[in-house]
Design a protein around this ligand. Structure first.
Ligand SMILES: Cc1cc2nc3c(=O)[nH]c(=O)nc-3n(C[C@H](O)[C@H](O)[C@H](O)COP(=O)(O)OP(=O)(O)OC[C@H]3O[C@@H](n4cnc5c(N)ncnc54)[C@H](O)[C@@H]3O)c2cc1C
Length: 298
């Protein structure tokens, strides 16, 4: 008798209730979620764990218990919820508190403005967590590079590293008032963007870095254009093996997350072709290139 394939049921979203909020800096809003709905939430040892926050379409109520699969079956596409991806800055299973730090980037978008308005008692569903990176303890040194959107993951990585670990950390923020306190003895180079294009200071800083000896494990995330340039530098100039890189565009200037996620496979294939000498993936087969670009690609 042939065994019937086991069908995994799709993951159930968790319901987070806002416990408190805090304006960390002019461009960063912290939201701490808790409540019964997080009872089944589990995060592992990755430092880049992320959740997909589920924003309902305006004026639409979904049947309970909520299921993405059911919504997709029963509702027209324009009534499907929209998701936004955010790093789990911390998860405390005992207190059942999940902390997410949102970049405040103006009035545009869903998640950024939602976080600014969030009040205790507000609820949001979330899927996940996913995640793929944690600093490899066998690496000789660690390179951590990102803009504000990667600051939660970089902070978590720095806090997970043992004291005395060899680290080069570069974080680009708008200005000095946007630096945050991180519980680490590693030196962090804060770059103040001012009016410069996002990521440009990170590219300069990594280009002029005095490269330490030994094997590097690198984490580079943030706006897609500078991430692409840094990936090129690391792969082609510094010859860092791809297994030692966690690199992906977390967001793209001028694109909503939906648009960016839709364009990302093609973008990844172009990066792959440019930097790995491989032919771009055929239309409709984006997954291998997307995977190849970074195990952390989300
Ligand atoms: C794995 C992963 C983890 C992430 N973790 C975090 C995190 O912890 N904190 C965080 O803030 N972001 C994080 N991001 C990035 C976040 O998902 C995007 O910035 C997302 O587009 C924000 O959604 P929104 O609804 O606010 O804006 P959208 O509706 O997606 O976009 C509206 C407009 O705002 C612009 N925009 C979006 N993000 C930014 C930004 N950061 N700065 C300036 N302009 C922007 C867009 O280009 C667009 O023009 C992560 C992304 C990934 C893939």
């Amino acid at each position: 008798m042939t065994a019937r394939p086991v069908r995994k049921s799709p993951p159930q979203p968790h319901l987070g209730r806002v416990i408190r909020t805090q304006r960390l800096t002019p461009h960063m809003q912290r939201v701490v979620f808790g409540g019964e709905g997080l009872a089944g939430f589990e995060a592992g040892t990755r430092t880049d764990h992320y959740v997909k926050l589920v924003f309902p379409a305006e004026g639409v109520e979904y049947p309970e218990p909520f299921s993405m699969a059911r919504v997709r079956e029963e509702f027209p596409r324009e009534q499907w919820p929209v998701t936004r991806t955010y790093t789990v800055r911390t998860w405390d299973p005992e207190l059942r508190e999940l902390t997410v730090d949102f970049v405040v980037h103006g009035d545009e978008g869903l998640a950024g403005p939602w976080a600014l308005r969030a009040q205790p008692g507000d609820t949001l569903r979330m899927l996940g967590p996913g995640g793929a990176y944690a600093p490899d303890p066998s690496a000789d040194w660690h390179l951590l590079v990102g803009d504000e959107s990667a600051l939660p993951a970089i902070s978590a990585a720095l806090e997970a590293l043992p004291a005395g670990a060899e680290v080069r950390a570069f974080v680009e923020v708008s200005g000095p008032e946007d630096e945050v306190k991180i519980d680490t003895d590693a030196e962090i180079v804060w770059l103040h963007r001012g009016d410069a294009p996002v990521g440009s200071l990170l590219v300069e800083a990594v280009a002029s870095l005095e490269w330490p000896e030994g094997r590097v494990h690198a984490f580079v995330h943030g706006e897609a254009a500078f991430v692409r340039e840094l990936r090129r530098m690391l792969r082609l100039e510094r010859q860092v093996p791809r297994e030692d890189l966690s690199v992906s565009g977390y967001w793209r200037l001028g694109h909503t997350e939906d648009r960016w996620q839709a364009a990302k496979p093609e973008w990844n294939a172009a990066v792959e072709a440019e930097q790995e000498g491989a032919a771009p993936a055929a239309p409709g087969s984006p997954a291998p290139a997307a995977r190849a670009l970074s195990p952390a690609a989300a």
